[in-house]
Ligand binder design. Sequence first.
Ligand code: FES
Length: 93
Amino acid sequence: MYTRSEPVTTPVHFTFEGRPMQAQAGETVAAALLAGNVGAVRSTPVSGAARAPYCMMGACFECLVTIDGRPNRQACMTEIREGMAVTRQKGAA
Ligand code: FES
């Protein structure tokens, strides 16, 4: 469970799995999802194990999500934008 250390001052609106969410302008999709306590953001291709952002610097690929219909987006390397539709990635896309 995560909480923001600072309140959102410049909100950006997006959806995760169709659920309306709010982020701080300038933060990454991964930071926004962690702050939103969404839990797992993807499942592995072989076992289906749940995964969530880990390294936050583009190295581990645990944060892969689908953004606006495009799979395999690294949430930790993608800045959140107004109106983004983010969904969990299930297995290999
Ligand atoms: S959290 Fe490791 S690559 Fe995104």
